[in-house]
Design a protein around this ligand. Structure first.
Ligand SMILES: [Fe+2]
Ligand SMILES: [Fe+2]
Length: 421
């Protein structure tokens, strides 16, 4: 399990799974390895990095409070052993250890996890009231933390401390969206929280659109989401960390679509695009770029692309044309919105699909979408694939300069340089 921890909690034996810092701050070429000595921890501290990610499946976990107390007590005991002996206290009988909790079977765990929808942990504000049930995931256990029974419940952060992921039932998404809207009004000044709420709302709206791509209401919501993303990027001058889904243990088409939209608009702004209509076309086109996947058979979508047969791959590639067919049905959408959708699998070398367009024939928004799409896919972990670090993905993209526009890459690197990944 991937965990974000303070550098002060790092210890040898842990498996480092990335740094929570701009990639250029990294004191290492690779940011995924087992911590074998305190010298590596010192290098991270010296680089002024406060938080890192660890993978507890591949190395040690953070000491629990109990373990910390024990280790502190042991340290104290050791200290005491150096000092003159005092009066001997009668030792108290040790409290019985709680029985280990039975683990669910893998099947039970997958079934439960797939029946729920993951939300951003920081979107639930301590002290606020919710009108939906909240679930928490810790390792393979999924527990109901706050059970809604028709009466709003006040949430307390302490109930979540031991859970790395929060989830809700899919039928509670409309209530959660309403909660986010109210929270956005209530939090006022904090840009970080506002951005996180813009992103959460965007993710929910994209899920609803993918569930029902022909609903006028869902299309209208996507337009509002695009405007929200553009405003947030312009206001923050490219600081977009909280608009992205960075903890990407789970691969969701919805998060991918929002990330693509955020990163593409930010890259376009950095490249000098100022026209509202152009930014809207890029943002909306990227949000909808994979909408055609809703028409592809689920058994093909469930397979990793590398495992598809030639025939299945041909069907998969149809998601671009199918997406364009859906987009054409939407009212009030300019032709420019279709460029990111139609060109996100093209390559400037002319070897992409569906049309094998060369760089000269591709639109700038298509070139941006193609590069950002690959970046987000490379950095996203999914079953059977461990996502690359931002640094590794950028090195990989640099090596593909025949396929992806180097000028776009330059602007994209500027954006990531401002972003904590
Ligand atoms: Fe795609
Ligand atoms: Fe995509």
């Amino acid at each position: 399990m991937k965990k974000r921890i303070s550098v002060s909690d790092l210890r040898p034996g842990m498996f480092l799974d990335g740094l929570d810092a701009t990639w250029y701050k990294s004191p290492f070429v690779k940011t995924r390895f087992e911590i074998t000595g305190n010298d590596q921890i010192k290098k991270i501290k010296d680089a002024d990095i406060a938080f890192v990610f660890i993978d507890t499946d591949r190395g040690l976990d953070v000491l629990s409070t109990e373990e910390t107390l024990i280790s502190k007590t042991t340290a104290l005991d050791n200290d005491v052993s150096q000092s003159p002996p005092g009066p001997v206290k009668e030792s108290e009988p040790a409290a019985p250890k709680p029985a280990p909790r039975p683990q669910p079977t893998l099947e039970e765990y997958i079934k439960k996890k797939e029946s729920l929808f993951q939300i951003d942990r920081s979107s639930i504000i301590s002290g606020s009231f919710v009108d939906f049930t909240l679930y928490g995931k810790s390792h393979m256990n999924i527990d109901s933390l706050v059970e809604y029974k028709g009466k709003d419940i006040q949430v307390n952060e302490t109930a979540f401390v031991n859970y790395c992921e929060l989830m809700i039932k899919p039928e509670d998404i409309p209530r959660y969206k309403a909660y986010i809207k109210d929270a956005a009004k209530a939090v006022g000044g904090s840009q970080e929280t506002k951005h996180m709420l813009v992103k959460e709302n965007a993710r929910m709206c994209i899920k609803e659109l993918f569930d029902n791509p022909h609903s006028d209401e869902n299309v209208q919501q996507s337009k509002e989401v695009t405007e929200g993303i553009i405003n947030a990027i312009l206001e923050s001058k490219g600081l977009i960390t909280n608009l992205l889904t960075i903890n990407k243990k789970d691969f969701y088409t919805y998060s991918h679509s929002v990330n693509l939209s955020v990163l593409s608009v930010a890259t376009a702004v950095s490249s000098g695009v100022t026209s509202d209509s152009e930014l809207f076309a890029i943002g909306m086109g990227c949000l909808l770029h994979d909408i055609g996947k809703t028409t592809i058979p689920p058994e093909i979508m469930a397979k990793p692309v590398g495992k598809l047969t030639r025939f299945e791959m041909d069907i998969f590639k149809e998601h671009v044309a199918e997406g364009y067919n859906i987009l054409k049905l939407y009212k009030g959408i300019s032709e420019a919105t279709s460029h990111p959708l139609l060109e996100h699998h093209e390559k400037i070398s002319g070897t992409g699909y569906p049309n094998g367009l060369s760089g000269a024939k591709m639109h700038t928004s298509g070139k941006i979408a193609a590069l950002v799409d690959l970046y987000d896919i490379l950095t996203t972990s999914r079953p059977g694939y461990k996502g690359m670090s931002a640094f590794e993905a950028l090195s990989h993209l640099r090596s593909l300069s025949v396929d992806y526009d180097p000028d776009v890459l330059k602007e994209f690197i500027k954006i990531l340089g401002k972003t904590t990944l």
